[in-house]
Design a protein. Structure first.
Length: 247
């Protein structure tokens, strides 16, 4: 059985952000294992790919463990008067960021939740590095992902609809055309974006009107952090930015 006989991996930054956000919304009080939000977070953490399956024990991030983590966080709050429980150094670092930048950290937690539900990557700055600093990369890992299913037929129909109407596969926000920039290599390439994120709309019927054709840059800018702008709102951001640079 994966992870049998070993302790579970230490909590990583993204996991602690989610737990700390839960504690913050509970008035910086710990939550018990039977709490519905703790159970929901436990299920979310088990779907995340931060830790490979072979490193996990059978009780990996179960509700008891998540409840204990909320206690580790709550008892290290500056206004807590009792004896703090054990935790790790990241607990206090993440809490410190929540206390000084609550809106930004809450948005980060929301983005992590959304990215897990929607199968999107989430990348946040962990701190500045220096020249010559190195990290280990390249380890071969097998990971399972939970994600919202996409229907490739809908994407093809969207593209065919644009082409049959005499249009080009250019970004609906910035008008970037991969074929114009990269020639034959870029011909026929474009990314499709759900105007309403799947983690919000959930399972249900959708048409080509629910999709937007975007270049990679604009697609990533929409998903960078909440609130997620619509393509029209991102176009307005670009327009205002261009006007500001021209003045």
């Amino acid at each position: 059985m994966p992870g049998a006989g070993r302790r579970n991996p230490d909590w990583e930054w993204d996991e602690i952000v989610l737990a700390c956000d839960l504690v913050a919304q509970n008035g910086w009080r710990a939550l018990p294992a039977e709490n519905a939000q703790v159970i929901e977070l436990s299920e979310l953490l088990q779907r995340m790919t931060v830790h490979p399956l072979e490193a996990r024990r059978p009780d990996f991030r179960n509700p008891n463990g998540v409840g204990r983590k909320t206690a580790d966080i709550a008892t290290h709050h500056p206004q807590y008067s009792g004896r703090p429980t054990h935790g790790n150094v990241l607990d206090e670092q993440v809490m410190g960021r929540f206390l000084t930048e609550p809106d930004m950290m809450h948005a980060m937690a929301a983005s992590i939740r959304a990215s897990v539900a929607d199968g999107e990557p989430h990348d946040f700055p962990r701190g500045a590095g220096y020249d010559g600093e190195s990290e280990i990369e390249g380890r071969y890992m097998l990971r399972w992902h939970a994600y919202r299913e996409r229907n490739p037929t809908l994407r093809r129909r969207k593209i065919n609809n644009v082409l049959s109407g005499g249009g080009s596969l250019s970004c609906e926000v910035c008008s970037f055309d991969f074929a114009q920039a990269y020639g034959e290599r870029g011909r026929g390439y474009i990314e499709c974006h759900h105007v309403e994120p799947l983690h919000l709309g959930g399972e249900g019927p959708r048409t080509i009107r629910d999709l937007a054709l975007l270049c990679s840059n604009c697609h990533r800018m929409i998903h960078t952090r909440p609130p997620w702008p619509t393509p029209a709102e991102l176009r307005e951001i670009i327009r205002r930015q261009a006007e500001g640079q021209a003045n």
